[in-house]
Each structure stands twice: as structure tokens, then as C-alpha cells.
Design a protein around this ligand. Structure first.
Ligand SMILES: [Zn+2]
Length: 114
């Protein structure tokens, strides 16, 4: 089914940015920005989007605790199943086929180990 294929592609794009953000978080101690908020990459499904989203390590961890949630620039999650607005960023939550792909690709669930 075409829609399922594009859904899987979208979830994979988002997961690529999530993996990049995992590496950023590992270096937060070295970056130590003044306001405690660090630039993460927008995790929307646009493969060309590299917009920064600023949030604290605690906020990042709260989102990352859920394998089907992604951090995006406000408005970039338009059309997603569920969007939670927070200060300076939105949290989108994947369901159905996309949610399963996102959970499978979550580096913290062991699904992305090569
Ligand atoms: Zn974006």
C-alpha cells in the first residue's frame, strides 16, 4: 500500500534525526550552554529540515522516554496524529504503522543496532 510505504519513509527520516540528537545529547556536558537549553535537530519528516530546537537535557529525556515521540519546531508536526505544544517546541506522537517503525528504529529499544 502506497500510504504505508510513505508512512514508513517518513518514520525513517524522523528516526535519522533522532539518532543524530542522541549523539548531541551525549556531548551536552561539553557544550554546556548558558541557559541550560541546547540546540537539538528538528525531528520532523522533511529530510531537508535541519532547524534547531532548543530544549534542556531534562526536557529531551522526557520526550525520549517514549519511542514513538519526536521533537519538532513549532508547526513542523502539522498533520501528525497527536501534537503536544511546549515552550519553543512541539512533541509529535506516532501511531499505527509509523509508530511501529519509529519504535523499531529507536536506538534505546535495541532496534537500530547493527
Ligand atoms: Zn522540521
Amino acid at each position: 500500500m502506497a500510504s504505508q510505504l510513505s508512512a514508513e519513509r517518513a518514520a525513517r527520516n524522523e528516526s535519522v534525526f533522532r539518532n543524530a540528537n542522541e549523539r548531541i545529547e551525549q556531548r551536552l556536558g561539553e557544550l554546556s550552554l548558558l541557559d541550560g537549553r541546547s540546540p537539538f535537530l528538528c525531528e520532523c519528516e522533511d529530510p531537508l529540515c535541519a532547524s534547531p530546537v532548543r530544549l534542556s537535557a531534562e526536557e529531551y529525556e522526557a520526550v525520549r522516554a517514549h519511542p514513538q515521540r519526536f521533537i519538532v519546531v513549532p508547526g513542523h508536526g502539522a498533520g501528525e496524529a497527536k501534537v503536544t505544544r511546549s515552550e519553543g517546541y512541539d512533541i509529535i506522537e506516532k501511531h499505527g504503522a509509523e509508530g511501529r517503525v519509529a519504535a523499531d528504529l529507536d536506538p534505546r529499544q535495541g532496534g537500530a543496532d547493527e
